[in-house]
Write a protein that binds this ligand. Structure first.
Ligand code: ADP
Ligand code: MG
Length: 701
């Protein structure tokens, strides 16, 4: 007993010396500002480096944090008393930062219970900050007070009055005499970059108290240093042998830095520099994206640019210009949209794959709910776009997203933030990510004749926020189909060969042979290197637009404006020009260049032009029409719709019925194509704008 007491005194003595030596100023400052400031932050590395005893102190802290932290508090109190300010003892929190070993939520084991651990991850949920009782005071009918310290979790009541000789069993809580602390509950989830191939991220709940409660928001990347606590699980009112764990936070470090997670060695950097000066680099990168998918070169090229991204600019007035590039792939089922999305998540240093019909409550953006997690408090939960902050969010089946997400997405895509105002919670979460969406046409297949707006379940205002929209149709094309078939059979074939060879060696097959056979589906730059490449470019490369590049972009933009000038008020918006700039920046970043050249501008003009041709080119009038994207209906088409309706009205009998044949005749005479008119009439019938009371008879509704 005596030795243990000695040890404690020793420990308090060691910490007192440590504080005097290393943290004198901080402590003085803290005590001056107390109680506005209540926490002393100690860098773990300072403890470790504190002379001969430092290593022991540091180890003790990791092994037995509860006790040691209490000792350090005692040391602070002792020091305070020595200064003679003793009147009110300040109760200071001792918080340690920069712990040596970080672990992931999935690696937490029973050996960590009651140890000091450091867990990194991304905040998924946070509750409101509400008071929690830490020392409850009870009064018995006789007037005696009984104190009971409260832990995280269930409220414990004393069995009876604590006063000697008093036999009262029923006590009432006296809130006024009890002590409360601000408390918040968090849930952190492993960060996406730590996950390999489709693993489900694991989570751990964190209990945060006092001045660090309410300092973080969902989506923040954090390191939580704390003590791993366990509490017994209850099943049907009985105590179980299984324990639940949570982290009792000691300190929270917010990791603001971008892409630091991807570590790049000197050799990596040399290799990346070599690649970046290769004249074939664009081709190489494009062919390193989903090599098992045949063709789609323009989509892959756009995805490459999206990976590297433009430059986010912050203006002196604090406003911010988006650098992230948003792309949308619309198209028939079975043309490898999902495959492409899954692949890009592998390549992005912070990628998240999710489906529009997200399984979580938070969906794509964020939500505030009152559920079990918050123990009656409101909980703010981050959705995919918040979790993908500073990365890429790949959203599949975007047309099937929830209604709330659809409206929140407008803000998320342009301002790159998500505002939540519900019940007691108002918060703005960051969503600085690039969005790669995929959507299926409403009616299953893409209809060339019908308009985009009608075919996909997304408002035009949202569509206009995409920098690039690709329409991928699955039209039978003999040559292409043959090539895809061959490509698919080849990849499957070599896969079969490898599998059989592994089971029992096949004659004539060796590593060399397999490598040669695999060549067409082997990325030229392996995914790990490409991830590093992207991270390095985003971290270090900030190119500037050259006058030549500027000229190319402005000329193209003016050309677009002029093209449609004749029939549209504002056919091409400034959004397109911004998209061009972002893409050109990304193109220069691929070369790790300091300057955006005319060649970069030419490249992106070509890509944007291809996209616009698919989306906005109106074959009827031979012009570009961004309104086709903005309103979903082209000028030519609007004319057709109007003309058909007019023709039906003009040729109708008293009850409004017209002969379809006659209507088609009238319109062909006006110069519309017969097929086109028939198609549109079918559309009317399908959409319920018209009905067919008798075969060959049409009536507008
Ligand atoms: P979507 O999401 O567009 O409906 P998927 O991504 O699920 O389509 O793709 C369906 C399947 O077809 C995948 O296994 C994919 O590999 C294959 N596939 C489609 N197009 C190609 C292509 N061009 N090259 C290779 N495989 C393809
Ligand atoms: Mg799909």
């Amino acid at each position: 007993m005596a030795t243990e007491e000695n040890e404690t005194t020793n420990r308090v003595g060691d910490w007192t010396r440590f504080l005097k030596n290393k943290y004198k100023n901080q402590l003085g400052e803290l005590l001056r500002q107390y109680p506005k400031k209540r926490s002393l932050y100690i860098d773990f590395r300072d403890v470790y480096a504190f002379g001969k005893v430092g290593v022991r102190m540091a180890e003790e802290l990791l092994e037995n944090p509860g006790k040691v932290i209490a000792d350090v508090r005692d040391a602070v109190k002792a020091q305070q008393l020595a200064r003679g300010k003793g009147a009110r003892e300040p109760d200071v929190n001792i918080r340690f930062t920069n712990l040596p070993q970080r672990i992931q939520a999935r690696d937490i084991r029973s050996e960590h219970i009651n140890r000091f651990v450091s867990v990194e991850g991304i905040l998924r949920k946070t509750t409101e900050v509400r008071p929690r009782i830490v020392e409850a005071v009870f009064r018995c009918p006789g007037g005696h007070l009984t104190r009971k310290t409260q832990d995280y979790g269930q409220f414990v009541e004393p069995d009876g009055c604590g006063t000697e000789g008093c036999t009262y069993r029923k006590l009432t809580l006296v809130p006024k005499r009890s002590t409360f602390v601000d408390a918040q509950k968090l849930r952190i989830q492993e960060s996406p970059e730590g996950l390999r191939g489709g693993e489900q991220p694991q989570t751990i709940d964190v209990d945060v108290t006092d001045d660090i409660a309410g300092t973080v928001a969902p989506g923040d990347r954090v390191v939580i240093n704390g003590i791993l606590r366990s509490q017994q699980r209850m099943t049907h009112g009985n105590k179980s042998t299984v324990f639940d764990i949570h982290l009792q936070a000691n300190s929270i470090e917010v990791a603001e830095k971008e892409f630091e997670e991807v570590s790049i060695s000197e050799e990596d950097e040399a290799e990346i520099n070599r690649l970046s000066s290769d004249p074939e680099i664009y081709h190489k990168i494009t062919h390193s994206i989903a090599p098992t998918i045949y063709g789609n070169t323009d989509v892959k090229e756009a995805i490459a640019l999206q990976l590297f991204g433009g430059i986010t600019k912050t203006m002196p007035d604090g406003s911010h210009l988006r650098g992230d590039i948003h792309c949308l792939l619309i198209g028939d089922p079975g043309i490898a949209k999902s495959q492409l999305l899954r692949y890009i998540v592998k390549l992005s240093p912070r990628g998240i794959y999710t489906s529009g019909q997200s399984s979580t409550q938070a969906g794509l953006t964020a939500t505030a709910v009152k559920d079990e997690f918050g123990d009656g408090r409101w909980t703010l939960e981050a959705g995919a776009l918040v979790l993908a902050d500073m990365g890429i969010a790949a959203v599949d089946e975007m047309d099937k997203m929830q209604k709330e997400d659809r409206s929140a997405l407008h803000e998320a895509m342009e301002q790159q933030s998500i505002s939540v105002a519900k019940a007691g919670i108002t918060a703005t979460l960051k969503s600085r990510c690039a969005l790669l969406g995929a959507a299926n046409p409403k009616l299953g297949r893409f209809d060339e004749y019908a308009d985009i707006g009608e075919q996909i379940n997304m408002p035009p205002s949202l569509l206009s926020r995409f920098d690039l929209i690709f329409i991928l149709t699955d039209k039978p094309d003999h040559k292409r189909d043959e090539a895809i078939a061959e490509h698919i059979l080849k990849s499957h074939g070599i896969g079969e060969l490898i599998a059989q060879h592994a089971r029992e060696p096949i004659e004539g097959v060796d590593d060399e042979f397999i490598k040669r056979e695999l060549a067409p589906v082997t990325p030229e730059i392996d995914p790990t290197t490409l991830r590093k490449y992207v991270a390095l470019a985003k971290r270090t490369c900030f190119p500037i637009m050259s006058p030549e590049a500027k000229e190319v972009l402005v000329n193209y933009y003016m050309h677009l404006r002029d093209l449609a000038d004749a029939n549209k008020p504002v056919p091409v918006t400034a959004r397109q020009l911004e998209a061009l700039v972002r893409l050109a920046e990304a193109s220069a970043r691929i070369r790790l260049a300091r300057r955006i050249d005319a060649a970069d501008a030419d490249r992106v003009v070509r890509i944007v032009d291809t996209c616009l041709r698919q989306v906005a080119y109106d074959p009827k009038t031979g012009t570009f029409d961004i309104d086709k994207v903005a309103t979903g209906i082209s000028k030519g088409r609007r004319d057709l719709i109007r003309a058909i309706k007019e023709a039906i009205r003009e040729n109708a009998d008293i009850s409004g019925r017209a002969q379809v044949g006659q209507v088609v005749e009238v319109l062909t005479q006006q110069g519309f194509g017969r097929e086109e008119v028939k198609k549109q009439i079918e559309n009317f019938l399908r959409s319920g704008e018209a009905m067919e009371p008798k075969n060959g008879v049409i009536k507008l509704i």
